[in-house]
Design a protein around this ligand. Structure first.
Ligand code: DMJ
Length: 670
């Protein structure tokens, strides 16, 4: 049996203090523990020391994982704080400890003035409405060159020459062309609230041409005022507060339910000095125009007609009421820009604040997304809120750097998801692309000619037009702008392209190459001929130009393209050309066109109507619709063409939006 010796076990004997009194002083405790330590055997002391060492080592190793992770981010920020830590065992970031994002100052747009409420840019208040002074016009008063009598052209199909699936645009709606008759095309989106129109009998096929009541010598500007009053009478009597007049049926059509014709016409009334009409319309805007409605509107059309019209009227009148309205509708349109690509959707519900593409595609039209910039940029300048300008500038930046252009020419569609062009390879200056080019130049002018990318893109596009799209007809050497489809040229030109001469002339006026002006002069003559060579003296919607010397006619018209919607582009260009050259022929051409409207489109009971066949003066087939742009643009440009006051909406102070609404050129520094 193994006998334990006194050295074989650890004995910790705790002895009581000698005097029995409680003494917990530091000195006593130290002495007491030291004495006990000395009383231990060497083995005991070694074991205790080993045990303590093991505890210290383990404790040190486990310390980081036992400690709570520091929530003070600053503790982790410095490199030193990570030294010595086994980062392999640490999660790199914990939810909830993401460093706080310090908001960066949003830089104000380059040319955006950010004034206070007090110094918000004042409107370019134009003269108050005054009746036009009757003046004897210069030049040919009662008629211009006689139109050549032309035989009826061959009836042709409406197939497109560009080989792509034909689509018909009716204000933002893309419709399969095959499914739509011409009549449906003209009457697309009729109102469910339309009044019952009496059926058109044979006697009503031709609009009753109303006498103007004007006698020779005629003051041309005054004649335009009279035409406006006549158009307004129809609208006031039969369509008051609705979007469009249907003058034959004496009813109305609704599109957005926003009094489109009335708002589009406000600044025209101011410019023409129609005070009474203006005041009555203003009252309607104040009491009836309500944007808080569950209604889908087209972003582009609402921007150029309603927002543009209100901004322009604010500037001309100085009446803040119009600015408030403009801000309201502009804000309601903003959800359109909430797309994956930042290319806006075509449609917005202004009551619900939701936007969507058309039901059948996620594409938007290139002209639509790039022709809302003048208006939103001006809204930012006035409101001091950069969100409007930022949204539309972003669209221009995206389009600027996109692939798929051809010598500066753009395709017609862009996808709102990918932000890329679609339906590539087809290039036109007409429908779906037209005002892209117009707004490149006009934005550059608006902001004081500083945004180089815009003017560079514009100049490149003009060269692209010259290189790819310009041709001359064989019979009379008329210069026209055709289309290009996958490398194939088509001698087809929309009336819409007739904006181009005016835009080219405006560019030259603002310092761009002089040869743009020469091209403008050639093109505007062609646009005039699109009227003069038709039997009614009114242009078709689309013209086909002859390149073959054996043809005697310069212009043919397909059966489906023979309508005239009272469009403004040619008289718009005549206005610019006259302002810059003072050449009387432009006024005379405009006067001829105006007379043709009076002859074939004026409805005796009030209003003017679109017509279905410009080749048949005996039966031009009235379409029973007066587009809002007839008052917003066509009559305004005609009046300005005939006015003898060059300071009336000076082209050095204003830039017209694509709906004919003048917006101020920003003062330098803004
Ligand atoms: C107007 O709404 C505008 O001028 C637009 O740019 C093109 N279409 C019509 C006029 O034709």
């Amino acid at each position: 049996m193994y006998a334990l010796s006194s050295k074989d076990f650890v004995s910790l004997t705790v002895t009581e203090g000698g005097d029995g009194r409680y003494n917990n002083g530091k000195q006593r405790r130290r002495q007491s523990w030291w004495r006990r330590w000395k009383q231990l055997s060497r083995l005991q002391r070694t074991l205790i020391l080993l045990l303590l060492s093991a505890v210290v080592v383990c404790g040190t190793a486990m310390y980081p994982s036992l400690m709570p992770f520091p929530t003070d981010v600053s503790l982790l920020a410095g490199e030193d704080n990570w030294k010595g830590m086994d980062t392999g065992t640490l999660k790199p970031a914990l939810p909830g400890v993401i460093p706080e994002v310090v908001p960066r100052a949003v830089p104000a747009p380059e040319k955006l003035e950010l004034p206070t409420e007090q110094n918000r840019p004042a409107p370019n208040k134009h003269r108050p409405v005054v009746p036009h002074k009757r003046q004897r016009s210069r030049g040919n008063v009662s008629g211009g060159p006689t139109k050549e009598s032309q035989g009826p052209s061959e009836e042709r199909g409406a197939e497109t020459a560009d080989g792509e699936k034909p689509l018909v645009s009716w204000r933002g709606a893309i419709i399969e062309a095959e499914q739509v008759t011409e009549a449906q095309h003209m009457e697309a989106q009729p109102s469910t609230r339309q009044r019952e129109a009496p059926p058109a009998g044979p006697g009503q096929a031709v609009p009753q041409v109303a006498a103007t009541g004007l006698t020779e010598p005629i003051d041309r500007a005054e004649a335009v005022r009279e035409a406006f009053r006549h158009a307004w009478k129809g609208y006031r009597d039969f369509a008051w507060g609705h979007d469009e007049l249907k003058p034959i049926s004496k009813s109305y059509g609704e599109w957005f339910g926003l009094g489109l014709t009335l708002v589009d016409a406000l600044d025209t009334m101011w410019i023409l000095g129609l005070k009474e009409e203006f005041e009555e319309a203003k009252k309607w805007v104040a009491t009836e125009l309500n944007f808080s409605k569950n209604m889908d509107v087209n972003l582009f059309e609402t921007t150029i007609r309603i927002l543009g019209g209100l901004l322009s009227t604010y500037h001309l009148t100085g009446d803040r009421f119009f600015f408030d309205k403009a801000k309201d509708i502009g804000t309601r349109l903003m959800p359109a820009f909430k797309t994956p690509s930042k290319i806006p959707y075509s449609d917005v519900n202004i009551g619900q604040g939701k936007a969507r593409p058309p039901r059948w595609t996620s594409d938007s039209t290139v002209a639509e997304v790039t022709s809302i910039q003048l208006e939103f940029r001006e809204l930012s300048r006035l409101t001091q809120d950069p969100q409007f300008q930022n949204a539309v500038d972003e669209v221009m930046k995206i389009v600027h750097r996109l692939d798929g252009k051809h010598d500066g020419l753009v395709p017609k569609f862009i996808n709102t998801n990918s932000g890329q062009f679609t339906h590539r390879g087809v290039f036109t200056l007409g429908a779906r692309a037209d005002s892209y080019y117009e707004y490149l130049l006009k934005q550059w002018i608006q902001s004081g000619k500083k945004e180089n990318e815009l003017v560079e893109d514009y100049l490149q596009a003009v060269e692209g037009v010259k290189k790819n799209l310009l041709r001359v007809t064989a019979p009379r050497r008329l210069t026209f702008v055709g289309e290009l489809s996958h490398g194939r040229f088509s001698a087809k030109m929309d009336h819409l392209v007739c904006f181009l001469p005016g835009t080219l002339a405006l560019g030259t006026h603002h310092g761009l190459p002089a040869d743009h002006m020469e091209l403008a002069a050639r093109l505007v003559e062609t646009c005039y001929q699109m009227y003069a060579q038709m039997e009614t003296g009114l242009s078709p919607e689309i013209a086909q130009f002859n390149l073959q010397p054996r043809n005697s006619r310069d212009i043919e018209v397909k059966a489906a393209d023979r309508h005239n919607l009272l469009r403004p582009e040619t008289v718009e260009s005549l206005f610019y050309l006259y302002r810059f050259t003072q050449d009387q022929k432009y006024r005379d051409w405009g006067w001829e066109i105006f007379q043709s409207f009076n002859k074939h489109a004026r409805v005796s009971t009030g209003g003017y109507t679109s017509i279905g066949n410009v080749r048949d003066p005996a039966n031009p087939r009235p379409k029973d619709k007066m587009e809002s742009f007839f008052l917003g643009e066509t009559l305004k440009y005609l009046y300005l063409l005939f006015s003898d006051d060059p300071s009336l909406v000076s082209l050095d102070e204003y830039v017209f939006n694509t709906e004919g609404h003048p917006l101020p050129i920003w003062p330098s520094g803004s």
